[in-house]
Design a protein around this ligand. Structure first.
Ligand code: ADP
Ligand code: MG
Ligand code: MG
Length: 248
């Protein structure tokens, strides 16, 4: 699905990612944990093609094709979804209209026709029910006055609707109360299947109580310094990050 080799990237001549290697296969959920400032958000932005970051070395392949030269829209059309990519407020554009436009834009880029209105409506009902999203929420202006939890819910709703191949969720747990966290986790668990993959970036182990990762990686100072299974997350929760750094 995604293969990252020796990725070095930074901003304004300042190197943030210092040689990342990561191999994500279909059906897998990878969690990336690490202290604040270790480069987690940078990594997700670089995978999604954020042009503010300069890649100085290494490669990213999606389904065995080099995507380094592709812009963020093209990467999205190929099936890479990054939460927080659209945290914009759009007065007068509803949650529903925004998602309809996004879906049809992707279809257009792939040379497909617009999704028939009835099919779209059915899908919207199905996915919003899955997340416990009320109908009146769907007609609200996008992100306008949304609480932290509502923003997260909307992001997960977008993810389920767009049905990407690779979903990157960056700190989807921050600002979520425990009930909303469970709903988001349930959404991710319903999204997971053998043909897609999830990269979950978090510094809270509690999210991993609900979304069981296949692999956990520790990012520190721009490098993955340890990888393991979900028991590593529990170990980090009780012992912190220092022992991993010393070991590395
Ligand atoms: P994390 O998500 O793990 O907390 P980030 O990727 O946000 O880490 O940041 C890693 C480092 O890169 C930090 O030192 C941060 O200050 C720096 N950094 C990230 N984005 C920018 C930016 N747009 N401009 C300048 N420095 C940045
Ligand atoms: Mg941070
Ligand atoms: Mg971050």
């Amino acid at each position: 699905m995604l293969k990252i080799k020796n990725l070095h990237a930074g901003i304004e001549g300042n190197e943030i990612l210092k040689g990342i290697n990561l191999d994500i296969k279909p059906g897998e959920v990878h969690a990336i944990m690490g202290p604040n400032g270790s480069g987690k958000s940078t990594l997700s932005s670089v995978i999604a093609g954020n042009e503010n970051y300069e890649v100085s070395e290494g490669s990213i392949e999606m389904e065995n094709e080099n995507i380094m030269e592709l812009g963020p829209d093209e990467r999205a059309h190929r099936g890479i979804f990054l939460s927080f990519q659209y945290p914009i407020e759009i007065p007068g554009v509803s949650v529903t209209n925004f998602i309809k436009t996004s879906i049809n834009e992707v279809r257009k880029a792939r040379g497909q026709e617009e999704m028939p209105a009835a099919e779209m409506l059915k899908m919207i009902r199905e996915k919003s029910d899955l997340l416990g999203i009320r109908r009146d929420f769907l007609s609200r202006s996008l992100n306008e006055g949304f609480s932290g939890g509502e923003k997260k819910r909307n992001e997960i709703f977008q993810m389920l609707m767009l049905d990407p191949k690779l979903a990157i969720l960056d700190e989807t747990d921050s600002g979520l109360d425990i009930d909303a966290l469970r709903i988001v986790a349930e959404g991710v668990n319903k999204f997971r299947n053998e043909n897609n993959a999830v990269l979950l970036i978090t510094h809270y182990q509690r999210l991993l109580d609900y979304i069981k990762p296949d692999f956990v990686h520790v990012l520190s100072d721009g490098k993955i310094i340890k990888s393991g299974d979900k028991s590593l997350a529990l170990e980090l929760e009780s012992k912190g990050y220092d022992w991993v750094k010393e070991e590395a």
